[in-house]
Design a protein around this ligand. Structure first.
Ligand SMILES: [Zn+2]
Length: 198
């Protein structure tokens, strides 16, 4: 409490607010009282007896917020139903990085996090890392698909060449070349993306 002199403030919830406090004499006492919103203001000689009396009183049952209590319950009992998760927060489109199940957004501001009904809890950093992995996987798949497409066109161009060549073989070769070029553009884009992300 920090104030000196013949006055002290008590901040314990549930103290005797009905006491009529004498007026504190020093500005520091007044500031301390204003800052801590004391439940009681006592003379120095009264504090000892008051503290002893306070120890015999039950502390008020303020309880935890509902959402905190529910999360604690999920941690304790394990998987819960989606309906119970709806009480905790809103369902979002992201999926749980741990199990691939649906996620619910829980908490506000800096306390915001995401949970699945199996009990996995993830933060924004986890979700972003998961999204980066998915983007990378999807892009490499696209690049691989373009290479496979090019290989197929090349095979068809080779067959057409064996069959006499002509415009068809030329057309297939052009398509194969185009697919290879697209794959290379995508590969460079991917590498550039990875470089920027690091
Ligand atoms: Zn999960």
């Amino acid at each position: 409490m920090g104030s000196r002199g013949s006055w002290r403030s008590a901040t314990r919830v549930g103290a005797r607010s009905s006491r009529i406090p004498p007026t504190p004499s020093s500005p520091s006492c007044q500031r301390a009282i204003a800052a801590f919103e004391p439940d009681a203001q006592l003379r120095l000689e009264e504090i000892g007896a008051a503290l002893v009396a306070f120890t015999h009183e039950l502390a008020p049952d303020v309880g935890a917020p509902d959402e905190v209590a529910l999360e604690a319950e999920i941690d304790r009992i394990g998987p819960v139903s989606p309906r119970e998760m709806d009480q905790l927060g809103k369902r979002v489109q992201q999926i749980c990085p741990e199990c691939g199940g649906p996620l619910w957004e829980v908490g506000l501001g800096e306390k915001k996090h995401w949970r699945c009904y199996l009990g996995h809890a993830v933060n924004a950093k986890n979700l972003l890392a998961r999204a980066d992995e998915q983007v990378e996987t999807a892009l490499w798949s696209a690049i691989r698909a373009l290479h496979e497409r090019a290989a197929t066109w090349e095979s068809m161009a080779h067959d057409a060449q064996d069959a006499g060549g002509g415009r068809v073989a030329t057309d297939y070769s052009a398509r194969a070349k185009e697919a290879r070029e697209q794959a290379e553009i995508a590969r460079r884009f991917m590498l550039d993306l990875l470089r920027r992300g690091r």
